[in-house]
Design a binder for this molecule. Structure first.
Ligand code: UT7
Length: 311
C-alpha cells in the first residue's frame, strides 16, 4: 500500500480568545474546574471568521509554504461538522477562493472528531488514481455556532480553528483501521431544519468510551504493524481532554514525551485538532523524514480510528 509524505502544513485560529476566567464571568464555572477536569486554559472563538474562511487561510498557508503549483492539487477534502453551507461543500468553495483549477476532486467529509484522519485515508487512496500530484486535507470547525452557552458541561470544552496538510504519495508505510458503533445519545447534534441545533453530550459516557477507543486504536495498529511504542516517534491523540490522553499514556510508561498535547491553548477543535498538532510540530521542525507516527481519534458516531504513517 502506498504511503503519504507530508509536504507542508498550515493552521488558522480566530482572533478572539476566550480564557476560562472569561467564562466564569458569565457562567457558573471557574478556571480551576476547567483546568483540572480538562487541561484547557482557553480557546479561540470566531467573530468575523467562519469555518470556510479559516479553512481557506489554513490551506493557503500550507500551499504557500510548500511553494507548489496549486493546480497540481488533484484532491481537496475538508473534514467538518460545522460547514458554512450544507451545500455547496466547503471544499468546492475553497477551490474557488484559492483560484484553483476546476479539475480537482473537492468534497467534505462528516466524521466528527475523527474527520481529519478519515479524510487523510480517503485522500491517500484517491491520490493513487489521480492525474495530479498532491492532495490537500483540511479539518475546520466553527463549533461555537452549535454550542449551548448555557450548558457549562459542554460549552467550555470546545474551540474554533482549522488545520491543513498537503500530502503526496510515497512508498513509505501507511496503515489505517477504523470502527463504528451507531449511538446517538452519547454525543449528537441535529441536522438542518430542526429546532435547537446544538451539540449535546453525555460527558461521562464519552470519557469512558474515549479511553478504550484510543487504547484499542493504538494497540491494534501496533499489533498489526508488529511495532511497539518504542518504535514510534509520536503518538498523536485527538485533543479532547488532557485527562483522557494521560489515562492512555499511563499504559506506556517512559514514552510520555511522544504524546504531544496542545489542548490547553485551543480546547477541543474536533476535526481540526490533529492537523493543528501536525502544523505545530512541523513549525518546530519536529516532523522529519523517516519518522514513525501513530494518530488516533474518536468522536460522535460513535466512531474511532488510528493511522500509522512513516514520514
Ligand atoms: O470530541 C468530543 C468528545 N468529547 C469528550 O471527549 C468529552 C469527554 N468527557 C469529558 O471530558 C468529561 O466527562 C467532562 C470534562 C465533560 C466532565 O468532567 P467529569 O469529571 O466527567 O465531570 P462530571 O460531568 O461528572 O461533573 C462533575 C460535576 C457536576 O456537579 P455535581 O453534580 O457533582 O454537583 C457538574 O455539574 O462538575 C459539574 N460541572 C461543572 N462545574 C464547574 C460540569 N461542568 C462544569 C463546569 N464548571 N464547566
Amino acid at each position: 500500500m502506498k504511503g503519504i509524505k507530508i509536504v507542508s502544513t498550515g493552521r488558522c485560529l480566530p482572533e478572539r480568545y476566550i480564557s476560562n476566567d472569561d467564562f466564569s464571568k458569565v457562567l457558573d464555572t471557574n478556571d480551576e474546574w476547567i483546568r483540572s477536569r480538562t487541561g484547557i486554559k482557553g480557546r479561540y472563538k470566531c467573530q468575523d471568521e467562519t469555518c470556510l474562511s479559516m479553512a481557506t487561510t489554513a490551506a493557503k498557508k500550507a500551499i504557500d509554504k510548500a511553494g507548489i503549483d496549486k493546480n497540481e492539487i488533484g484532491v481537496l477534502l475538508v473534514a467538518t461538522q460545522t460547514p458554512d453551507y450544507i451545500f455547496p461543500s466547503t471544499a468546492s468553495l475553497i477551490q474557488k477562493n484559492l483560484g484553483m483549477d476546476e479539475e480537482v476532486m473537492a468534497f467534505d467529509i462528516s466524521a466528527a472528531c475523527t474527520g481529519f484522519l478519515m479524510a487523510l485515508g480517503t485522500a491517500r487512496g484517491l491520490l493513487e488514481t489521480s492525474a495530479k500530484k498532491y492532495a490537500l486535507v483540511i479539518g475546520s470547525e466553527e463549533l461555537s455556532r452549535i454550542l449551548d452557552y448555557e450548558d457549562r458541561s459542554t460549552c467550555v470544552l470546545f474551540g474554533d480553528g482549522a488545520g491543513a496538510v498537503l500530502i503526496e504519495n510515497s512508498n513509505k508505510e501507511f496503515y489505517q483501521k477504523a470502527w463504528s458503533r451507531g449511538n446517538v445519545s452519547a454525543l449528537n447534534c441535529l441536522g438542518p431544519g430542526y429546532d435547537n441545533i446544538k451539540l449535546s453530550m453525555k460527558g461521562n459516557e464519552v470519557f469512558k468510551f474515549a479511553v478504550t477507543a484510543l487504547e484499542q486504536g493504538i494497540q491494534e495498529i501496533m499489533t498489526q504493524k508488529k511495532i511497539t511504542m518504542e518504535d514510534l516517534d509520536y503518538c498523536i491523540c485527538h485533543q479532547a481532554n488532557e485527562r483522557i490522553i494521560r489515562h492512555v499514556m499511563k499504559k506506556y510508561p517512559g514514552h510520555e514525551d511522544k504524546f504531544y498535547m496542545n489542548i490547553e491553548k485551543y480546547g477541543n477543535t474536533s476535526a481540526a485538532s490533529i492537523p493543528i498538532v501536525l502544523d505545530e510540530l512541523n513549525e518546530m521542525g519536529k516532523l522529519r523524514e523517516g519518522m514513525k507516527i501513530l494518530c488516533v481519534a474518536f468522536g460522535a458516531g460513535l466512531i474511532w480510528t488510528g493511522v500509522y504513517l512513516e514520514l
